[in-house]
Design a protein around this ligand. Structure first.
Ligand code: SF4
Length: 477
């Protein structure tokens, strides 16, 4: 008896030969009795169901989808398959009625060799220097970008790491991107900096410490917010911050409520009254600085400017995580004292005003390549239609931000995309579900594959080239 023949999957350039009952290298396609099928079901999004609810396996006959409008039920590209290299129309081109308008949604699982993720990590702790390499499992997969207000940004992936480096670098980059996009936890290390576990929608874990709070603001903003609540309870307040350390007696917020001078001296670069840059180096300590003892940012107190024995001082960080209370002795040196009960609520208020620290993962990719041919016979017309906002782009049904300028470069918050929506191929590249929605008349005008437009019922009953399995997931908030 001869072994059954392997058959070729042509959904990506790897062109796997797959034996009956087996899947290809990406696990996304399988040989089922001599036919290549998509191994995940086509995903329909039903906005009448709660987000996260799922019906699977799904039989068309069990569902009242026929009564739904095209706004309530969407055929997403998740599980739709790919028609690489797009010499044929996209896997599903579905007719939709949206608010009485005759629309079409074209879906395909797009292969992105040019893609990456932008990561926002809410933490004061210094993750690493700007432009420092970021590694996953030892390979460089990106770099540190900037620090923004209470967050630090990473840029991961991109063509240099996916395909421009060694094979190992490409594989590790693709693997890390895939896991991040599918909302899994990924451990990253920054050269010369920290190790951070990143998971979309979850708190970051920096060097093994889970970050709970995102700063209430910079040191200056914190002074502005709470100056009046400290008045009468303490003689001086310093909010220690790696970016802008605030001093209430010098700050405009103190001036307007006649806060007296205290003769304090801050060792840092004075920006404007009561606002200091670079009081210390960046690190894991107070307010994202490298200090554990806040007194190290103070110079000698000046009696001629108001310093006196008995003067009280509150020092606090931008999250309220660190706080200390001091009283000047006869030599005008601050001496640590227990935090007075009357001051603790103000420290607690800073902490209460902090938002939960989270990781945000934005998938970013350019959809301006050959996949457009699966949508229209005249690819530039699709690009123009997207840029003119006549064609809407979604990823797994989630709204995207489209970058201005050339191409179809989009970003999406991966937490808005249904679970398990992203895949990969070993070229290496990421696979992301992509949907284009446009008025039918516009679709026809831009050279769309009008003859391939199908009704939702037909899609449910007969499936597509890669099988008929489907699932339905809730899309309502
Ligand atoms: S890697 Fe996946 S998509 Fe590419 S040919 Fe193999 S099975 Fe098909």
């Amino acid at each position: 008896m001869t072994a059954p023949e392997k058959i070729r999957c042509d959904a990506c350039p790897v062109m796997c030969y797959i034996a009956d009952g087996k899947t290809g290298a990406c696990d996304r396609y399988a040989n089922a009795g001599g036919k290549i099928i998509r191994s995940d079901p086509l995903t329909l999004l039903d906005r009448r169901m709660a987000k996260g609810d799922e019906i699977k396996p799904f039989l068309a006959a069990d569902w009242d989808g026929q009564t739904a409008t095209g706004d309530e039920v969407v055929v997403s590209a998740i599980g739709a398959g790919t028609t690489y290299p797009d010499y044929k129309p996209a896997p599903f081109i579905v007719s939709r009625d949206i608010d009485g308008f005759d629309c079409v949604t074209v879906v395909t699982e797009a292969i992105f060799s040019y893609c990456g993720v932008k990561v926002k990590i809410d933490t004061d702790r210094h993750l690493g220097a700007e432009a420092a390499p970021v590694r996953a499992e030892g390979e460089v997969i990106g770099h540190v970008m900037t620090s923004e207000y209470g967050s630090q940004m990473l840029s991961l992936g991109g063509v240099d790491h996916l395909t421009g480096g060694s094979k190992a670098e490409g594989r590790k980059t693709c693997d890390a991107l895939l896991r991040l996009c599918n909302k899994d936890a990924v451990e990253l290390s920054v050269d010369g900096g920290c190790t951070v576990i990143v998971q979309a929608g979850q708190p970051p874990i920096v060097d093994g410490v889970r970050e709970d709070r995102m700063r209430v603001g910079c040191g200056s903003a914190t002074i502005g917010m709470f100056a009046s609540q400290w008045q009468g309870l303490v003689d001086e307040v310093v909010v220690v911050d790696d970016h802008i350390t605030g001093v209430v007696s010098e700050h405009q917020a103190g001036k307007v409520i006649d806060w007296p001078a205290t003769g304090i001296r801050i060792l840092g670069h004075r920006s404007t009254p009561g606002r200091y840059f670079k009081v210390a180096g960046p690190g894991q300590g107070w307010g994202g600085t490298d200090i554990d003892d806040p007194l190290t940012i103070l110079g000698p107190w000046r009696a001629e400017k108001g310093a006196r024995p008995g003067l009280s001082l509150l020092m606090v960080s931008t999250t309220g995580e660190h706080a200390a209370y001091y009283v000047l002795n006869d030599a005008l040196e601050p001496v640590a004292q227990p935090m007075p009960e009357v001051l603790q609520p103000s420290v607690d208020l800073i902490a209460q005003n902090c938002e939960p620290a989270l990781c945000t993962v934005l998938f970013m990719g350019g959809a301006g390549g050959s996949l457009r041919s699966g949508v229209t016979q005249n690819p530039i017309r699709l690009t123009e239609s997207v840029q003119a906002a006549r064609t809407t782009v979604t990823i797994g049904g989630a709204p995207v931000y489209r970058w201005p300028g050339g191409g179809i470069t989009v970003m999406v918050d991966v937490t808005e995309v249904p679970d398990g929506a992203f895949g990969y191929v070993p070229t290496p590249a990421l696979v992301a579900p992509l949907e284009f929605t446009v008025l039918r008349a516009d679709y026809e005008a831009l050279g769309g594959h009008a003859a391939k437009i199908r009704e939702l019922d037909d899609v449910l009953e007969t499936g597509g080239e890669y099988g008929a399995a489907a699932r339905i997931v809730g899309g309502a908030e």
